[in-house]
Write a protein that binds this ligand. Sequence first.
Ligand SMILES: Cc1cc2nc3c(=O)[nH]c(=O)nc-3n(C[C@H](O)[C@H](O)[C@H](O)COP(=O)(O)OP(=O)(O)OC[C@H]3O[C@@H](n4cnc5c(N)ncnc54)[C@H](O)[C@@H]3O)c2cc1C
Length: 551
Amino acid sequence: MKVHDILIVGAGLAGMRAALAAPSHLDVALLSKVHPVRSHSVAAQGGINAALGENDSWEAHAFDTTKGGLYLGDQDAIEAMCREAPGDILDLERMGVIFSRDEQGRIAQRPFGGAGFPRTCYAADRTGHAILHAMYEQLLKRQAFVYEEWYVTSLIVEEGVCRGVVAWDLLKGGLHAIGAKAVILATGGSGRVFLTSTNAVINTGDGMALAYRAGAPLEDMEFVQFHPTTLKDTGILITEGARGEGGYLLNTLGDRFMKAYAPEQMELATRSTVSLAIGQEITEGRGVDGCVLLDLRHLGRARILERLPQIRELAIEFAGVDPIESPIPVRPGAHYQMGGVRTTQWGETEMPGLYAAGECACVSVHGANRLGGNSLLETIVFGRRAGGRAADYLREVAPRAISDAALRSDEARVKRLLANKGTERAWQIRDELGKTMAFNLGLFRTQKSMTEAFEKVRELSERAPHVFVQDRGKVFNTDLIQALELQCLLEVAETIVAGALAREESRGSHYRSEFPRRDDANWLKHTLAYRTPVGPSLRYAPVTITRFPPK
Ligand SMILES: Cc1cc2nc3c(=O)[nH]c(=O)nc-3n(C[C@H](O)[C@H](O)[C@H](O)COP(=O)(O)OP(=O)(O)OC[C@H]3O[C@@H](n4cnc5c(N)ncnc54)[C@H](O)[C@@H]3O)c2cc1C
């Protein structure tokens, strides 16, 4: 069996940054279910935060992040992220990322929601694309080994220590055990738990499910961010950068309704505030065909073409609207998982040998609501930190034979799936799950809606292992992969519902009609979900508070 020093599962920004952080003499491999530059990071639009401005400071960035997250983020981790952000942006620039510029030729920064200062660096509205490709070039230069189009089905855990993964080779078919002295999960988000989402179809929460099954806890999973502006019908993201550049939100009366909800910050209030406001406008009958309107016309043709070219293309192609001439119909949609595999600020999970970074991890810096531009930053800062810490850990690991028990067990699981008869297909259960979650755990949550969802998820989890896999072949069997992804989605969904049902307050993205207020006395604490045979077992952990007492 091949044994790498470090195996990184996921080749988006967090995975690539971790690989570049490990010293080059080590045997570091990346593994990804899609070609690295097709990872969801490539779709990031609006930008990445860092306090670069002369009158800005990392402390101000840390305060905005803490406050925006409704004080649920761990402030030591937030401080580390905001302090190190400017250095990381300069590193990215040295790697070749072409950031947009201001008139003086410095890296330009646009205002984003919940930020007291324009501190979001960007490359037009294709920031993720610019960073991911530049970093991929660095990996090519380093000749990093990539398992391209491999799908991880399990972690290999022996005596409580992570020693590698079991993975399916998509191109040729077949499962293989791959050993590693340290494994870093960088598998991204789980947006596809919801029917419509800004996330790519590959964002199925695999890494969270892998860690959870192996015994590591998931943290704060009930906090799922609904982005205020996603395109009607498809749920495609319309970046916050559109409002950052000066776009307005209008209801059917033509009013800029945000003045009733956040008179000072208006369209640039935090995402949870703007999403709830849009939800209320639509519920109270002031929407337009289930949406509100995002108006960019006053920005003018030249500015739209320069700063928001991709948004214009998406609106024309998917909604038949040219924002130069007409407002765009938008509504809130599932976007980002604030929770994830619980880690320290060095990416360490509770399991020796297992690290996590990026959206699949919960460090936690976003608390109950993430600020736009902080997620790309998180992937870079904590990807780098996890890569470095995993490399340090190698010194403690003694060489050891790895058993093939995990491989055999997954082989049996795949064999069972391929032998299923019946007619129910994975996509049908996936759709039912998506609808249940969107309907019952969307912007507004109630005891009744969540209890229904909980029962439904249970029922679907029982049906999922019996789905019919039509393609029995080995080469590029996406049918099989979807059946495996479905099991991950259900595992993740169950932790979201369990955490949300238990949390009897409203905070950030978690809004409960029966408990409309934030309750610091009882709920200023992290939810930890541990897997048991009868469902998630919840425990709680304190929030780290350093310089900003909750207000
Ligand atoms: C449309 C959109 C726009 C966004 N815009 C912004 C923005 O402007 N600013 C911002 O800060 N944030 C933004 N975000 C959020 C941000 O882009 C993501 O949180 C971040 O890019 C996630 O990076 P990652 O490296 O953690 O994961 P990803 O980039 O999602 O990569 C995950 C990797 O894991 C691999 N993988 C997953 N499961 C498996 C498995 N079982 N086996 C093998 N490989 C696996 C995938 O192949 C992939 O390589 C946006 C998100 C979306 C969806």
